[in-house]
Design a protein around this ligand. Structure first.
Ligand code: CA
Length: 171
């Protein structure tokens, strides 16, 4: 094959290749930019909150949130408004998974922190909680099933597999 034909053919392949690459990166960009606007749960306070049935331990649920979402963590519930929105999400989607991990973790006896680094300033505990039963309840759950007071918070054993809510930045 004459050299000019080879280089022409390579040039054509190259341009096709480039064309395909451009198409791909264009569609990737499109996907990314639509994904950014889409929240498959509730969006509030610049975050998207998403429910998962799991069931997973607290640690595995946190790992799942980090793996699946950029800057994702188990959800931080930093206001009454977010608490109500997340509770609605849980009640809509939970089926029988009534106890749900969110991202609160015990720092010491009376202090908790949010896995995503949010300020700890709001916590609507169930009466008598956090009680740290047997000194092993270091993780925060939302109790979806208390019908008189649905959605109250409880400290609970981190190794129990449960449903969970992730949150991640959403603009
Ligand atoms: Ca407790």
């Amino acid at each position: 094959i004459p050299e000019t034909v080879v280089s022409l053919r390579d040039g054509w392949l190259l341009s096709q290749h480039r064309h395909i690459n451009e198409k791909f990166s264009a569609s990737n960009f499109h996907l990314l930019s639509t994904e950014r606007r889409f929240c498959a749960g509730v969006a509030s306070d610049s975050k998207c909150y998403q429910f998962f049935k799991g069931p997973k331990t607290f640690k595995d649920a946190e790992y799942f949130c980090r793996q699946h979402f950029s800057e994702g963590h188990l959800a931080s519930i930093t206001s009454q408004f977010i608490h109500q929105e997340v509770l609605k999400l849980i009640l809509e989607q939970n089926g029988s998974y009534a106890r749900v991990w969110v991202g609160g973790y015990r720092l010491d006896r009376n202090h908790f922190l949010w896995m995503d680094g949010s300020m700890w300033s709001y916590a609507d505990w169930l009466v008598g909680e956090p009680n740290n039963t047997s000194g092993v309840e270091d993780c925060l759950e939302v109790l979806g099933y208390f019908e008189s007071e649905p959605g109250k918070l409880n400290d609970f054993t981190c190794w129990t597999p449960q449903a969970f809510v992730c949150s991640y930045p959403h603009h």
